[in-house]
Design a protein around this ligand. Structure first.
Ligand SMILES: [Zn+2]
Length: 412
């Protein structure tokens, strides 16, 4: 025993001395193709889609994968030297709370990006230097829920096991495309029928049928993951509808309703109207409508928070919501554009008011009133399969346009 203790340190020293140069010599060949450098990095986008961009002196192979607990993105590349301006990496934007970089192991460089939410690496790619632009590494991150994050994490781990150790950089790849998550919210339901026509057609049945058809259409494109807040004739409180979209990391929330004007106000009113959330109502009609739609919880016997009077009058929007508000407006305008083309609008004006169902702070949210159950012609349309088909086509086109532009507009 004593003999071993006396010998062990010498043996250990010999091992360290011998193993270090051997370790260096046995580096994989591609590590020597090194001499690339990273000269800058920046973030773009928002919580809905955050883009990390790093400037490189030349195209390199990278391996990008997620880590959990805490949420991180790891970028490994062979032998990239970092010549970044100081102070870089403290920027917070969208899903990213910070990033750092440096040598991880001999010949292996690493960037670690801290993420503040369950996320999904939507795609990543390295583009060649062109004209006066450097080569760039681009990583797109989108939010998701915890369950999806963990599933993707397991998938990525499995891939790393199959492809050998993480030190083997993978060819630049387009990772599987994360589909934008869309939540369609058929208003009312169950104990709350919403408004109804003279003949007894209820808003809750009209909007559910519409939502189902829209889901079908969007699903058929293969481009989206779609959820309905309710799949049948059950009631759901307004707050839970917004929370439903948040929980799923939705990129868009669309609440579907139908309106009713008593004859003495405007019995001829027809067509669709599009609403977004605002602190102060855009006009008296919008204000009255928000009060009516917000009344859903009362009808169902839900106890409202004590500030509910204030909620109906105007909703305070905090700073964090401004960005979401802008996105909501972009989509709402796209929807107005599509529907105006088809001549199906009550008004081309975009209206806004304090709709409680649109209050998810990080999900762009829009409310669509399909038409007026008080108008017999509108009622005929609202209950017609042909109209539903045309109308869902237009809404789907607006959704396509919105998401396509979102990605195309991001800087590289
Ligand atoms: Zn309604």
């Amino acid at each position: 025993m004593r003999g071993f203790l006396a010998v062990a340190p010498i043996w250990l020293l010999a091992f360290v001395l011998l193993s270090t140069p051997i370790g260096l010599l046995s580096l994989p060949a591609h590590a020597q193709s090194g001499d690339a450098s990273a000269s800058g990095a920046r973030l773009a986008g928002d919580r809905e889609r955050t883009r990390f961009i790093a400037d490189l002196s030349k195209k390199v192979d990278v391996h990008v994968f997620p880590l959990g607990n805490p949420y991180r993105v790891i970028v490994d590349a062979a032998d990239v030297s970092f010549q970044m301006p100081s102070g870089l990496g403290k920027e917070r934007r969208g899903l990213v709370s910070a990033y750092r970089y440096g040598l991880f192991a001999p010949g292996k460089s690493r960037i670690v990006i801290d993420i503040n939410n369950p996320f999904f690496i939507d795609r990543y790619f390295v583009i060649e230097a062109r004209d006066d632009q450097p080569a760039r590494l681009v990583i797109d991150l989108v939010p998701t829920n915890e369950a999806t994050f963990l599933a993707k994490l397991r998938e990525a781990k499995q891939k790393r096991v199959e492809n050998g150790p993480a030190s083997q950089p993978q060819p630049p790849a387009r990772v599987s495309y994360a589909k934008p998550i869309i939540v369609i919210d058929p208003g009312h339901g169950g104990v709350d029928p919403g408004t109804s026509s003279v003949s007894g057609v209820t808003e809750k049945e009209i909007v559910l049928k519409f939502a189902e058809r829209l889901k079908q259409k969007l699903a058929a494109t293969g481009r989206y993951e779609i959820h309905l807040t309710r799949e049948d004739d059950t009631f759901l409180p307004l707050k839970e509808r917004a929370a439903f979209a948040q929980k799923r990391g939705a990129g868009l929330f669309l609440s579907i309703h139908a309106d009713y004007f008593p004859v003495e106000i405007d019995g001829d009113a027809r067509g669709a109207t599009i609403y977004t959330l605002s602190e102060k109502a855009s006009d008296a009609e919008a204000k009255a409508l928000a009060a009516k739609e917000n009344f859903s919880d009362v009808i169902a016997g839900i106890e409202l928070p004590s500030d509910s009077d204030e909620v109906v009058a105007n909703i305070l929007i905090d700073l964090a919501q401004r960005e979401t508000q802008n996105r909501s407006l972009v989509f709402a305008r796209s929807l107005v554009g599509e529907l105006a083309n088809k001549n199906t609008l009550h008004t081309k004006q975009l209206r806004s008011a304090g709709f409680r169902v649109l209050k998810a702070p990080d999900v762009p949210s829009v409310l669509l009133e399909l038409g007026f159950l008080s108008n017999p012609d509108d009622e005929k349309q609202l209950t017609s399969e042909a109209w539903r088909d045309r109308m869902t086509d237009s809404v789907a086109a607006a959704i396509d346009g919105y998401f396509a532009k979102r990605i195309a507009r991001m800087p590289l």
